[in-house]
Structures are given as structure tokens and as C-alpha cells.
Design a binder for this molecule. Sequence first.
Ligand SMILES: NC(=O)c1ccc[n+]([C@@H]2O[C@H](COP(=O)([O-])OP(=O)(O)OC[C@H]3O[C@@H](n4cnc5c(N)ncnc54)[C@H](O)[C@@H]3O)[C@@H](O)[C@H]2O)c1
Length: 246
Amino acid sequence: MKIRDKVAIVTGAAAGIGRATAVMLAENGARGVVLADLDEAGLQGTAKLVTAAGAEAIPAPTDVTRLDALQQMYRAADETFGQIDIVFNNAGIVSGPPPFPDTDVARVKLVLEIDLTSVIVSSQLAIQYMRDHGGGVIVNTASTGGLNPYLADAPYAAAKAGVIMFSRSCGDLKDQAGIRVNAVCPGVTETPILDKTGGGQRPDWLGPILEHIQILAPQDIARAVVGVIEDDNMAGDYVVVQNQPK
Ligand SMILES: NC(=O)c1ccc[n+]([C@@H]2O[C@H](COP(=O)([O-])OP(=O)(O)OC[C@H]3O[C@@H](n4cnc5c(N)ncnc54)[C@H](O)[C@@H]3O)[C@@H](O)[C@H]2O)c1
């Protein structure tokens, strides 16, 4: 799909990968970008960058765990632009300390709710809309953590593995309805989430890892998302953005 003149929804758009992707979609000629996140101040910052990059930005404060909020996000996009071509389901959290198996059970449930259930429910709403409007592209943020065992945050790894399999399971929608659903799996990327992993600071385990690998920039992931959107052959696939050795 060519991004020029298209309309996109980006969740987790207040910072990091979501912000970089929203800006890159605008740079590639998107007509409008609906920006969804819990962090309203962050959304205003992203909106300024998206506007400066040439697209109309609609900040839409949204808790992706709430069905009514997701429905309102889709309604706002349709009422404002009359089209929704691209959805990037990207909002996510990590469990943070203490590491698994001592993670608080409420936190485990929230990780699954935000990182997996909300991705599925938002995709459902997008698919129902796109089915009636000639198709579209959905990209879901998974993680290399969803491909490799990761005991310290096993709930996160399980959720991200779920995002990969959910996206793969939607592959047939390309032939059925012209809707391409794919996942992107970022490696370690320089965003605010890294500090949350350690409860307000970089976790101890990250230091030794970063001695051997180059940390990715959010723009590296945004470039991969743009590539998935533009590649009309991709459906039910996942793209891995690996850290390169130093
Ligand atoms: N940074 C990395 O190393 C890395 C690696 C692999 C995957 N990821 C994934 O990339 C995605 C984006 O994360 P990021 O690295 O940009 O971190 P980030 O913390 O900068 O961005 C995540 C955003 O999601 C938002 N969010 C959290 N809960 C929400 C909710 N209930 N409703 C709406 N918004 C909510 C946060 O407010 C935040 O702005 C996440 O799914 C994350 O798991 C990140």
C-alpha cells in the first residue's frame, strides 16, 4: 500500500516507537494520523511533530484495554477522515520488577490485557471496518522477546508470542477481504520502556547485553513498519528487527 493520502491509527503514540512511526507515516505523505495513548501530554508532543511533518494529527486519549475507548478511537478516525487504511497496534508495557515468578498477579493480568488482548480486540474492530471499506493494513508490535525464552518477564514473552501467532493466523484475510495483518518484532530499542523494565531505571541485566550489541533507534522500527505497509505481498508474516553486534 502506498502511504500517500492514507489515514492511520497509531496506539502507544505518545513516545518511543509509536511516536517515531506516526511521524514517519506523515513524512511518507499520510493524510491523517489518529494518535492514541494514555499519556495526553505525550500525545500533544507527537501531534506537533506529525503536523510539522505534513499530516493532520488527531490526539485521541485512549486506554486500549477499554472496548468503549477503542470503539471511540475508530469512530473519531472515521468521522474525521471518512477512511481508515492503516492501524498500528503498538501500545505495550513490561512487567517490571520483581522479575517472574514474583511478579504481582494483577500486573501479570495487565501485561496480558494490554500487550495481547487489546491487540486482538483492536484488530477485530479494524478488520470489521476494513472489510466494509475495501481493505487495509494492520501491523502489530510483538518483540524478539516473543521468539526467545525470557524467564525474567515470562508473561511479556508469552503475550508477544501470542501477538505473533495472532497476526500469522490472520494471514488469510488478505485473500478474503484485502486486509494484510502482520507483526513487527523489535530488538532492544532506545525508548522510555527500557527504564520501566527496571522500575524507573535501566535494569541490571541490560548493561552487559549493551556491551555487545548496538541499541536500535525507534526510527529503525518505524522504517520496518513502513516497509511492511508498503509490501503488498506481506500477510500473516512477522519482521524481526535485530540488534547488530558491536
Ligand atoms: N523498546 C524496546 O526495546 C522494545 C522491544 C521490543 C518490543 N517493544 C514494544 O514496542 C511497543 C512500543 O514500546 P516503546 O518501546 O515505544 O515504549 P514506550 O513506553 O515509549 O511506549 C509505549 C506506549 O504505550 C502506552 N500505553 C501503555 N499502556 C497503554 C494503554 N492501556 N492504553 C494506551 N496506551 C498505553 C504508553 O503510555 C507509552 O506511550 C510496545 O508494545 C513494546 O512492548 C519495545
